[in-house]
Design a protein around this ligand. Structure first.
Ligand code: FAD
Length: 371
């Protein structure tokens, strides 16, 4: 049986992540014939969630929707109801529990101070040890928040993330560290935030309703065949891979998740605990049921490890340094010569997007394409 409803399409969309799905929805609603190819066995890209023991597991890392963009918020609410979830994070430093991002609860625990004035005075006193321009990340952090916060909450975590000592990392990585002198431990300042009830996969599935979708299908493995099927292409895979890495590989930082199902109802009492000491090998533990508790006697956790990326690994975070920026600019020039292909999304544009950003970008692209 031919799963395709048409012999020719207006749009071939490569990738069934948020960018591809939003674009597909908009094109389909504008009366276009749309085909989506996805090489993974599932839709939803990196926001994919699967139901396991009645818990929505975020397979590629914790995803909390947050935005100030009213258009995006209204749009996404067409495809799911959002639970009233407010994200906050706990840090575990050798068994001492602190509230993040740095706020009055953190400073009270760290120094037994009670007022913003006392906290500010403590930070001021501790940052005095740095005089002149900070030469590395360690000096930069101390000059922003003082030594105690640096030692307990920044140093180990950052070193695990980057795989090297804070003294060997450039200061620009943390130009600023958010410090709140209020008893407010909300992780995001955004006006709207939440978790889609039913999981992100269902949400993306609803976006793709009516659209032809082929999973387990790698566009690049039969490019000519697919190109012949459509007038225009929206490509949300990696831009360097599209050009067969002809100019070299763009680099990424990667993460790895070790999942475990535990025979207990609640492991850590919250969704995310950062382990900020250097010795614990993972950076954080996610406990998915705290995003949306559907009722389960057990719990599923993921230990998150930062790992060096090498070609062939799952690309997670683009590296925004000069070398990669220059290489991307050269790929972008090549991309501009492909008039019938639009490159979009986190891999197609080699940039970090939050979910709201990628949705806004896909809506904008669809407006331009479909005008
Ligand atoms: P993707 O989701 O990667 O989709 C691209 C798709 O294209 C993939 O499914 C891929 O398999 C497919 N593809 C690639 N090449 C081919 C090919 N040749 N043929 C067929 N298919 C192909 N954002 C938030 O707002 N809140 C958060 O809490 C948050 N947490 C995050 C945590 C982590 C660890 C990471 C890495 C990101 C997080 N994000 C978060 C960002 C969010 O994941 C992205 O904004 C979003 O996934 C980007 O969607 P996309 O469609 O651009 O890319």
């Amino acid at each position: 049986m031919n799963p395709l409803s048409h012999s020719h399409y207006d749009y071939l969309i490569v990738g069934a992540g948020l960018y591809g799905a939003v674009f597909a929805r908009q094109a389909y609603d504008a009366g276009k014939k749309v085909l989506v190819l996805e090489r993974r066995p599932h839709i939803a890209g990196n926001v994919y969630t699967r139901l396991d023991h009645n818990i929505h597991v975020h397979e590629y890392g914790a995803h909390i929707f947050h935005t100030d963009n009213e258009e995006v918020w209204n749009y996404i609410n067409r495809f799911a109801r959002f639970s009233r979830y407010t994200h906050s994070v706990i840090a575990n430093f050798k068994g001492e529990m602190y509230s993040l991002p740095f706020n009055m609860y953190t400073f009270n625990k760290m120094w037994d101070v009670r007022t913003p004035k006392e906290a500010r005075a403590m930070i001021e006193k501790q940052r005095q040890e740095i005089t002149g321009e900070p030469k590395n990340l360690e000096e930069q952090a101390i000059s922003l928040v003082g030594r105690d916060v640096f030692e307990k909450l920044v140093k180990g975590y950052t070193e695990k993330q980057w795989g090297r000592d804070c003294k060997d990392l450039p200061p620009f990585i943390i130009r600023r560290l958010p410090v709140r002198l209020t008893y407010d431990n909300r992780y995001f300042n955004a006006l709207y935030q939440g978790i889609p009830q039913g999981g992100y996969t269902d949400l993306v599935g609803r976006m793709l309703e009516g659209v032809d979708v082929l999973t387990n299908t790698d566009y690049l493995k039969a490019r000519e065949k697919w190109d012949a099927l459509a007038d225009r292409i929206v490509y949300t895979g990696a831009i360097d891979e599209f050009f067969d890495y002809s100019l070299g590989h763009l680099e990424y930082r990667s993460v790895r998740f070790e999942m475990e199902t535990l025979d207990e109802p609640d492991f850590q009492g919250t969704s995310v605990v950062n382990y900020t000491d250097r010795e614990t090998p993972f950076t954080r533990i996610l406990e998915f049921k705290h995003f949306e508790d559907l009722g389960s006697d057990c719990t599923i956790i993921a230990r998150e490890y930062s790992s060096e990326w090498k070609p062939g690994d799952e690309p997670y975070y683009p590296i925004n340094d000069e070398k990669n920026g220059t290489l991307y600019a050269r790929y972008k020039e090549l991309a501009n010569t492909r008039k019938n292909v639009r490159f979009g999304g986190r891999l197609g544009e080699y940039r970090y997007y939050d979910m709201d950003g990628v949705i806004a970008s896909a809506l904008d692209a669809a407006r331009k394409e479909l005008a």
